[in-house]
Design a protein around this ligand. Structure first.
Ligand code: MTE
Length: 319
């Protein structure tokens, strides 16, 4: 008997990627490095002007089936309560200090174990793909959480076009290093630039999103404009912001918080209520806007989709 298990998102298939778009995507996958760099008419990813302006809608966004059925945290909270140490360590520093951060033009270097390496305009990496709105749970290691309507494209779709070699076991990410534009980098609170990494199967998982917007609009700088990573079953610090480099590697790459405090932050950083941070419990969280704490869910509520990636691994050891 076929038992249908309800997923943690439940929009119908018809709300997801339309067939024509899906077919276009397949066609593009057949493309070459030249096609990768070719200009594609369509969605605007980076803002038209150098600086961010409020209210600029991203065109052609479709609703994704990968969406939780909960009200989103208000935009004012998503865009004013942030962690982005390049613009200060206070929660309200990024919104003030990143206000004039110029994100156009913006290039992303693709390096390492892949056929299609080189430097690409961010629009050329993102625009060939259908932009999707996905409402995800967003859980910070500091135990606050939000429900955020991100806009982005599956990282796996981008990776397929870059054609990683069989040696590519991990994907490493790097944030811009430019202390003049990111004044927080003048202080050594972390080793700059901010770096992150995923195992290849995590990077290819359909939930992993290269994110270019929020609430249907171009990404505000404080949230990681013009392009940041979102891995919804991991703590928020895996969601590296303002990415300028992606490298396919054979070995596990370094990650900023693991470098800074290896006993507190591991490479995997999967949300896990059973494994406490050495200085506090991870069993509960405070959803911004709610008074009472909620129990934290294994893999942030995405266990059904991602637990299989970690079969046989001791999650207390690989935290
Ligand atoms: N990326 C960079 N480059 N620098 C940072 O300080 N902070 C991380 C992550 N990405 C950070 C970063 C942390 S700790 C969290 S919780 C999330 O961004 C916060 O994302 P948000 O501000 O959009 O909620």
């Amino acid at each position: 008997m076929l038992i249908k298990i309800r997923k943690s998102w439940h929009l119908s298939e018809s709300d997801a990627t339309p067939e024509a778009v899906f077919k276009n995507r397949r066609t593009f996958l057949k493309g070459t490095a030249a096609a990768l760099a070719a200009p594609v008419a369509g969605a605007l990813v980076s803002p038209a002007r150098a600086g961010w302006e409020p209210g600029v809608k991203l065109p052609g966004v479709v609703k994704s089936k990968y969406t939780v059925d909960e009200p989103s945290t208000p935009f004012k909270d998503v865009a004013s309560y942030n962690n982005f140490y390049e613009f200060g360590t206070g929660k309200d520093d990024p919104v003030k200090n990143a206000k004039d951060f110029v994100t156009k033009p913006w290039t992303v270097e693709i390096a390492g174990e892949a056929a299609n390496t080189g430097t690409f305009d961010v629009d050329d990496l993102i625009r060939p793909h259908q932009l999707e709105e996905r409402i995800y749970r967003h859980r910070c290691v500091e135990t606050w959480s939000m429900i955020v309507p991100w806009v982005g494209v599956p990282l796996g779709d981008i990776i397929k076009r870059l054609e990683p070699t069989s040696k590519a076991k991990y994907v490493a990410f790097e944030t811009l290093y430019d202390p003049e534009r990111m004044p927080g980098q003048k202080r050594r609170v972390l080793q700059w630039p901010y770096v992150e990494g995923l195992r290849m199967d995590e990077a290819m998982h359909p939930l992993t999103l290269m994110t270019v917007g929020v609430y249907g609009e171009v990404m505000p700088p404080q949230n990681g404009a013009p392009v940041r990573l979102i891995v919804p079953w991991k703590y928020g610090f895996k969601g590296i912001k303002s990415i300028v480099k992606i490298t396919f590697t054979e070995d596990e790459p370094p990650t900023s918080w693991n470098r800074s405090a290896p006993h507190e932050y591991g490479f995997y950083a999967n949300v896990n209520p059973d494994v406490a941070h050495p200085r506090w419990s991870q069993a509960k969280e405070r959803l911004i806007g709610e008074f009472f704490k909620r129990p934290t869910l294994m893999f942030n509520g995405y266990a059904q989709e991602v637990a299989g990636l970690y079969t046989g691994m001791d999650l207390a050891k690989y935290y």
